[in-house]
Design a protein around this ligand. Structure first.
Ligand SMILES: [Zn+2]
Length: 281
């Protein structure tokens, strides 16, 4: 079996269903990794695994997991997830969505994503980006040196300090490192613990304003392949903002419903965690 093209993906446009031809099946332990020409399934990304894989069925069989894989052009060995030896989108490689199933499949298959689970993950991801921008604004007064700004002009605390981001159904959990290197860049953590509730309130208020503004959200994609460099865009009242993103999103901020932002500081003060929760209707 030789795979000669990257998987085309339709989830960036919001698709949750499709029909496509099986182009390969690879063994994954005692399971099967089914690869099709085009899929609506969002796989877990191997380099920045923020958004969990979609769930659903392929050819009527449950998709037990959905992961990213890569195969070097002209070769047969398919590298899965953490075993991919090159950076996401590297030239000379085909980038694949692998649907893990209990049964091998062939021919044309229907692909059906669990739409409710997808909607909740999309809500969590849209909220995650907005909360990051709101947190940047709420922490803007704590920078004593100039650092790169986010799309709304605030010092980009999020991109400067983030160590992990986890999207959950209807929420997200972002962890930031407040170490020496951040202080050297000009961030002051003096009195942060005392001010934390106020900072969280400001971020939450901003997020609620943006939800009330019913701002449109869209994904710009330079191509249909899995690793095309896509960008999340939101036209907020303060201006249009773009963030590189490989995930899925809602199409308007109003769909997020109500929102809460919680900030937690680790006991030693070295780590800040932001928990965002929304409740789409
Ligand atoms: Zn994203």
């Amino acid at each position: 079996m030789k795979i000669e093209a990257s998987t085309l993906v339709t989830y960036p446009a919001g698709d949750v269903g499709g029909r496509s031809a099986v182009v390969g099946v690879v063994p994954v332990g005692d399971r099967h990794g089914v690869i099709v020409a085009e899929t609506p399934f969002h796989p877990l990304d191997h380099t920045w695994p923020d958004q969990p894989a979609d769930t659903g069925t392929i050819g009527g069989a449950p998709v037990l997991d959905c992961v990213t894989a890569a195969v070097r052009d002209g070769e047969e060995a398919v590298h899965l997830g953490q075993d991919i030896p090159v950076r996401r989108g590297a030239e000379g490689w085909h980038w694949l969505v692998v649907h893990i199933t209990g049964t091998p499949l062939e021919g044309e298959v229907d692909l059906v994503v669990d739409a409710r689970h997808r909607r909740d993950l999309s809500a969590g991801h849209t909220a995650c980006h907005l909360a990051a921008l709101a947190l940047n604004a709420a922490l803007a007064g704590r920078w004593r040196k100039e650092i790169p700004a986010d799309g709304l002009g605030s010092p980009d605390f999020d991109q400067t300090a983030i160590t992990s981001s986890k999207i959950t159904p209807c929420g997200s959990r972002d962890v930031y490192r407040l170490g020496k290197s951040l202080r050297r860049k000009g961030f002051t953590a003096d009195g942060l613990a005392e001010e934390l509730p106020e900072i969280a309130r400001r971020a939450e208020d901003r997020l609620k304003e943006w939800i009330a503004a019913d701002a449109p959200v869209r994904i710009d994609s330079p191509g249909p392949g899995l690793t095309a460099r896509r960008t999340w865009h939101c036209d907020l009242p303060e201006g249009s903002v773009g963030i590189p993103c490989g995930g899925t999103h809602l199409s308007r901020t109003s769909e997020l419903g109500t929102a809460t932002v919680t900030l937690e500081l680790s006991a030693d003060g070295s780590e800040l965690t932001m928990l965002t929760a929304v409740s789409p209707a």
